[in-house]
Write a protein that binds this ligand. Structure first.
Ligand SMILES: Nc1nc2c(ncn2[C@@H]2O[C@H](COP(=O)(O)OP(=O)(O)OP(=O)(O)O)[C@@H](O)[C@H]2O)c(=O)[nH]1
Length: 303
């Protein structure tokens, strides 16, 4: 049985009308640009990939940005780099909060868009600035990336998922323009394994899930990763943080045991602490997905 089935998780956030509207807005934004900067959460590169994005982008140039570099380990980064290279993609890893890797994104956008000016030249037209848009799932760091590309804080960047609004062109350089409003990719939650990881990473609205179930599933997921992909994890994240060994418990039992051990029996507090600690990096820096041989689907399936 999979972890999500085990906890009867049914994570749903967006209404169909809301999804259709977000999709329409995204397609409008995509029509305006030469280059698409697609931001994913480096902790969950597959779960922050919407299966229809490639179709929506069509033949426009795409730069794949793996944000939250600071939240994964170096072996995880290497595994993902190799995985994407094998698929003919060169991901750019960024920490948009601190600006790391962001210059590389601007350079890549400019060179990816240079074909536009080549075509204009062939038609006897003058070159123009390359137009780009940042797109991605809610809360992956789109606004933070735009702000860093601009070098100042003009786009609201919030810890709350889904805080994004109206359209304007902004100049990054003489050669590069950006839509100041990021394109929000509607969450695809019919894959519950992916939805669980989005919830753990706070890339989904909090109202839509039960902290205790999600935290319990997270503990189980980490346990499976310790068995299958230990090279990307710290040795014993829960023991180090809470002085309470996790391996003897199921995720659900652990939430209760931790509540007794540290939070006067308050299970909700225990669950929230675990999720917050992962999101803040207090359990160490590690991803929830690794590619290929130890791939995420396998990790999500318990015996
Ligand atoms: N640790 C870390 N935090 C980041 C990084 N990038 C963004 N953040 C933080 O993540 C939160 C969400 O970032 P935003 O830039 O608002 O994300 P967004 O994708 O624009 O979100 P929506 O507007 O909800 O679609 C903010 O608290 C940022 O400071 C990063 O690389 N590392």
């Amino acid at each position: 049985m999979s972890i999500t089935e085990n906890y009867k998780l049914n994570l749903i956030q967006w209404y169909p009308g809301h999804i259709a509207k977000a999709e329409r807005q995204l397609k409008e934004q995509l029509k305006l640009v030469d280059v698409v900067l697609e931001v994913r959460d480096a902790r969950i590169p597959l779960s922050t990939n919407h299966p229809q994005v490639s179709e929506w982008i069509g033949d426009k140039a795409r730069i794949l940005v793996m944000n939250r570099l600071d939240m994964i380990s170096s072996p995880a980064r290497e595994l993902w780099t190799d995985y994407f290279r094998a698929n003919n993609e060169v991901p750019i890893f960024t920490n948009a909060k601190q600006g790391k890797g962001v210059n590389g994104v601007a350079k890549a956008a400019q060179s990816a868009g240079s074909a536009v000016n080549q075509r204009r030249k062939e038609r006897g037209m003058l070159p123009r600035a390359i137009r780009a848009v940042v797109i991605g799932y809610p809360n992956v760091g789109k606004s933070a990336l735009i702000n860093r590309l601009l070098g100042k804080r003009v786009v609201q960047s919030a810890a709350r998922p889904g805080v994004t609004r109206a359209l304007r062109w902004v100049r990054i350089s003489k050669e590069l323009q950006l839509l100041d409003a990021p394109g929000v990719i509607p969450l695809k939650l019919d894959n519950q394994e992916a939805a669980l990881k989005l919830a753990i990473c706070d890339d989904i609205g909090e109202a839509s899930y039960d902290n205790q179930k999600v935290a319990a599933a997270f503990v189980d997921l980490v346990g499976e990763m310790q068995e299958n992909a230990s090279e990307v994890l710290p040795e014993n994240p829960f023991l180090s943080r809470y002085k309470l060994e996790s391996t003897a418990y199921t995720g659900e039992e652990y939430i209760y045991a931790l509540a007794e051990h540290k939070y006067q029996g308050d299970v909700e507090r225990s669950a929230r602490a675990i999720l917050t600690d992962y999101r803040k990096g207090n359990l160490g820096q590690f991803p929830l997905e690794v590619p290929e041989s130890v791939n995420s689907e396998q990790l999500a399936v318990s015996s």
